[in-house]
Design a protein around this ligand. Structure first.
Ligand code: NAI
Ligand code: MG
Length: 356
């Protein structure tokens, strides 16, 4: 079968890592002897597009995306455009319009990659951060009192939205995922000591949903304590479910602990499959290294593996993940993980490793 994929490389290293991911996926399809194929369409949206047209994406952009099997995304954001405009105009717009309410972010060690946590060889790190991706702190609710602007008296309100439906579906998603794993545990990240409405609802729903999953171990941890736990007791975690902002912060921490932000993969899922899901590395556009061949493509390629799983091709996803491990184990590493290989070197090595 042919899968139709919309590629949106967008900005900075997004362009380099999407090109890498496409090359690896095309090599995989070529190898399949026609069992499956990918048909790509690339969209030129992003900050450069905004500077030309005043829009981050076309007016009918969502309409054009909605019949694809998936969206393969790079990263959005460039210093010439305010970040809240670029993020809301493209990435958050797609996530919210296509009801991609579950953001799945696996974090694990890779062979040959140094981690600040890997003191002893037996330290384990194998988590999935499950991020609520439709509401919470990124609901976009609030406003600025512009009348006082420039006079030192301005006030801004940024509200978080928590609904019972929104909390329950992400928690059930986390519990269902935990059941498929060796370590059957869900850790809920909260801040209900200080945030006495939304986060208390979050906790209540977590306790209620947990009753339906007696076979899964649970804990509820304050986000500040959880950030310490990430560093001090990584082997104690399996599935970590958190609100939009908390999970955003914790997953960058998690990927840094695994070795680099450039390694981290993610899937923005519409679990009902009414709309396409979107697959993208966790990292941003990295203006500091963009255009120099320094970007680590592994986060983007790992995201492609999540896309293959979503397509119902788990064996191909596993093949891709094995190729990633073979490449890092062989010491073919970009600068962020201590090597000297270019994006292209790693991409070539990944393609060669598909055969092993
Ligand atoms: P960033 O993730 O782009 O970069 C943070 C650090 O990680 C930088 O030192 C960068 O060089 C490094 N890094 C990131 N990706 C890498 C890769 N593939 N290989 C090697 N090193 C890598 O975050 P930053 O600097 O805070 O944001 C830059 C821009 O990206 C901003 O405009 C921001 O809004 C946007 N952004 C977009 C995201 C998205 O599209 N999903 C997510 C995060 C940030
Ligand atoms: Mg982030």
């Amino acid at each position: 079968r042919t899968f139709r994929i919309a590629a949106i490389p967008a900005d900075g290293v997004g362009k380099e890592v999407v090109a890498a991911g496409r090359a690896v996926l095309d090599a995989l399809a070529e190898d399949s002897g026609g069992a499956f194929a990918f048909r790509w369409e690339e969209f030129p949206w992003g900050c450069a597009y905004y500077e030309r047209t005043g829009r981050m994406m076309d007016e009918d952009g969502l309409e054009r995306l909605k019949d694809f099997d998936a969206v393969y995304f790079g990263a959005v954001g460039w210093p010439t455009v305010p970040d809240h405009i670029s993020l809301w105009g493209l990435r958050l717009k797609i996530c919210q319009s296509f009801d991609q309410w579950a953001n799945v972010r696996p974090v694990h060690f890779l062979p040959g990659v140094q981690s600040p946590l890997r003191k002893a060889d037996d330290t384990e790190l194998d988590w999935v951060v499950v991020r609520e991706n439709s509401e919470g702190e990124y609901a976009g609710l609030g406003g600025r009192n512009l009348s006082g602007r420039g006079q030192g008296g301005e006030v801004a309100v940024q509200s978080a939205l928590f609904t019972e439906v929104g909390c329950e579906r992400i928690m059930r998603f986390a519990f269902d995922l935990a059941r498929t794993r060796a370590h059957k545990k869900v850790s809920s990240v909260t801040k209900s000591n200080a945030q006495q409405y939304g986060m208390v609802l979050w906790d209540d729903v977590f306790k209620r949903v947990a009753l339906d999953y007696a076979d899964v171990e649970t804990e509820s941890v304050l986000v500040d304590a959880m950030s310490a736990k990430f560093v001090l007791r990584p082997e104690d975690l399996s599935v970590v479910v958190a609100s939009n902002l908390n999970a955003d912060i914790l997953s960058d921490l998690g990927s840094a602990l695994a070795g680099s932000l450039g390694l981290a993969a993610s899937a923005n899922l519409n679990p009902e499959r009414r709309f396409p899901s979107m697959f993208e590395p966790v990292h941003g556009s990295a203006p500091d290294i963009a255009g120099q061949g320094l970007a680590n493509p592994i986060g983007a390629v790992g995201s492609a593996a999540l896309m293959l799983e979503h397509f119902g091709l788990p064996d191909q996803a596993a093949r891709l993940n094995k190729a990633i491990e073979a490449t890092t184990a062989a010491g073919i590493l970009t600068r962020d993980v201590g090597g000297t290989a270019t994006t292209e070197d790693v991409t070539k090595a990944l393609i060669d490793a598909l055969d092993t």
